[in-house]
Design a protein around this ligand. Sequence first.
Ligand code: ATP
Ligand code: MG
Length: 250
Amino acid sequence: MTLLEAADVRKFYGDTCALDGVSLRVDAGEFVSIIGPNGAGKTTLVNVLTGLAPPSSGRVSFKGVDVVGATPVRLARLGMARSFQLVTIFPGLSVADTLAVAALSRLGRSARPFTALARDAEVRAAVEEVAVLFGLADKLGRLARTLPQGDKKLLDVASAFALHPDVILMDEPTSGVSTADKTAVMETLVQAARRMGIRAIVQVEHDMDIVFGYSDRIVALHQGRVLADATPDAIRADADVVATVVGRPR
Ligand SMILES: Nc1ncnc2c1ncn2[C@@H]1O[C@H](COP(=O)(O)OP(=O)(O)OP(=O)(O)O)[C@@H](O)[C@H]1O
Ligand SMILES: [Mg+2]
């Protein structure tokens, strides 16, 4: 079953063509990685798919519904969530508060005062659930800004998971994390996705060990176009793609 589909999407920023006729499908059960050199259009594609940037032309549908022009809030209600390349930590919030804000937006009670909501058992349960899954349970009282980079990335992804999405899109979930810690971050979030019943994962990733290790399918972007859309084995065997996108022979 196709969950997310983009058809012939173009995106211009002034004269810059960031996406030049991109088509993409994500089916239930898939882990899809978007790769490509700096400026290839990876973040723009995620922004278009998640309602953050309207496409200049083309179609995007989620669960069969046309979602061009849909806001991120509406997409979250439909079952789509995302995390960001640059972590958007609220410096004054604790880990628990950060997760509570996300859980609140899912539970649709943002109109109630925050202090009252902090006591809300449902929010606490949701916070506890994701905190345990992401290994953050013993850090709930810490200020988010004091976490090490790996935990900041996990907190950002955990906030997206707190929305209980069907599909999650992650823009470089391990960027800024040391090579030694990247696999641990990926393992945590893949396990969490499995336990929470997330039906498909789309990630942007530069680390080719992570990309080849986790993906069912790889979409290689170059200058706003899809250069290849294939299994890890097929991508690895394609010397042109490897040279253009990976930049070194493997
Ligand atoms: N908000 C914006 N305004 C103007 N130009 C933009 C904007 N966002 C992206 N671009 C341009 O669109 C192109 C694609 O950028 P994008 O950020 O999508 O690339 P990327 O593949 O995510 O790169 P990176 O690997 O560095 O994260 C680039 O030429 C970039 O300069
Ligand atoms: Mg990017």
